[in-house]
Design a protein around this ligand. Structure first.
Ligand code: F2R
Ligand code: MG
Ligand code: MG
Length: 309
């Protein structure tokens, strides 16, 4: 792959996260709306404002860039710094509690272990993982290691980490593929199944085989999940991409239309689709309205520079 194509894919995944998040944000917690309604909201909005999904992805990218790789203490401090500036981004309940504990003296790698039973399995680590999937797209072992490490800052539960690793690997696989060749859905799914170790995720991936032709979104959401838990949202995002591989807009709008945790499922579907199709596939009128695009876009090119220098 030439470096310009790779750069376009990095841009597609980073901006794809922010677009999926900001378009989906208006529907979070809702069910039973149509894809036309999603299109209409995206069109009507003057500014596409992003939420914690993108805000935390920015923190991951900033830290990976500053340290040319993973540094847990640095990443934790970056999350805290960003949160303190903009606490209004609709964060889940866990991360702010962890940030407070670290600021009160708890170590960055212990604070998350005390949240919930065995740490959080929320989708907060997976929703922000695109920069990890991109930076290590050609090294699945390192990708898994850094996905787990970056998750641990806030999400210590194995299901939270595994969901983030699976999402990162979906971004990585999509980055490697040429969208001008025909897309092999079964091969993509098989690779995800071989990568993931936890049965909860393996079973959800297997379930997709029976859902390719299912049009009832209530049934799809019931089978794959559309909730705030990583295992109830990462599969839905992957399924949205796999059923709409050739259109960023269709993949993201479909992901959001599954309802529930729409900003996050939209963000993760956008990250995978953008990594496959590149930034040029994202509707220009959506990109033009994305809040802080001028800050987010260079993060993608800086990540690409680290990767290619
Ligand atoms: N917070 C929201 N949405 C609600 C409010 C948005 C509103 N529009 C606004 O603007 O204010 N969305 C964001 O939160 C999700 C990511 O959450 P994260 O970072 O994973 O948080 P947390 O607290 O770690 O986990 C979420 C919930 O999962 C359940 N849970 C997790 N681990 C558990 C465990 N071990 N045992 C039992 N339950 C566990 C809890 O209910 C957690 O609260 C994204 O949707 C993002 O968009
Ligand atoms: Mg959010
Ligand atoms: Mg959400």
């Amino acid at each position: 792959m030439d470096t310009d194509t790779l750069c376009n894919k990095f841009l597609g995944s980073i901006l794809g996260t922010a677009i999926g998040d900001s378009v989906g944000a208006g529907f979070e917690g809702l069910q039973g709306f149509t894809e036309d309604q999603v299109h209409a909201v995206a069109e009507r909005r003057k500014v596409l404002r992003y939420t914690d999904d993108t805000h935390m992805m920015i923190g991951v990218a900033e830290s990976l860039i500053a340290k040319s790789g993973f540094d847990g203490e640095h990443m934790a401090n970056r999350f805290i710094y960003n949160y303190n500036w903009e606490p209004f981004r609709g964060y889940g309940p866990g991360p702010p509690r962890i940030f407070a504990a670290i600021q009160e003296g708890e170590s960055w790698d212990r604070a998350s272990e005390k949240l919930y039973l065995g740490g959080s399995y929320g989708n907060g680590a997976a929703m922000r993982i695109a920069p990890v999937g991109l930076l290590y797209y050609d090294n699945p072992q390192k990708l898994k290691e850094v996905a787990y490490q970056s998750s641990h800052v806030t999400h210590a539960h194995i299901l939270g980490k595994e969901g983030a690793a699976l999402q990162a690997y979906a971004v990585a696989l999509a980055t490697t593929l040429d969208p001008t060749s025909s897309f092999d859905r079964e091969a993509f799914l098989r690779k995800l199944g071989d990568f993931v170790v936890n049965d909860t995720y393996k079973e959800k991936l297997q379930t997709m085989e029976d859902l390719w032709n299912e049009s009832d979104k209530i049934k799809i959401a019931a089978e794959l999940g559309n909730g705030v838990e990583a295992f109830n949202s990462v599969p839905a995002a992957i399924f949205s991409f796999l059923t709409h591989p050739n259109s960023f807009e269709e993949a993201v709008v479909y992901a959001i239309s599954l309802g529930g945790d729409t900003d996050t499922i939209g963000a993760m579907a956008g990250a995978i689709s953008g990594a496959y199709l590149g930034m040029d596939s994202i509707p220009a009128e959506w990109l033009a309205k994305l809040e802080n695009r001028l800050y987010i876009e260079p993060l993608a090119t800086e990540l690409w520079q680290i990767k290619t220098e």
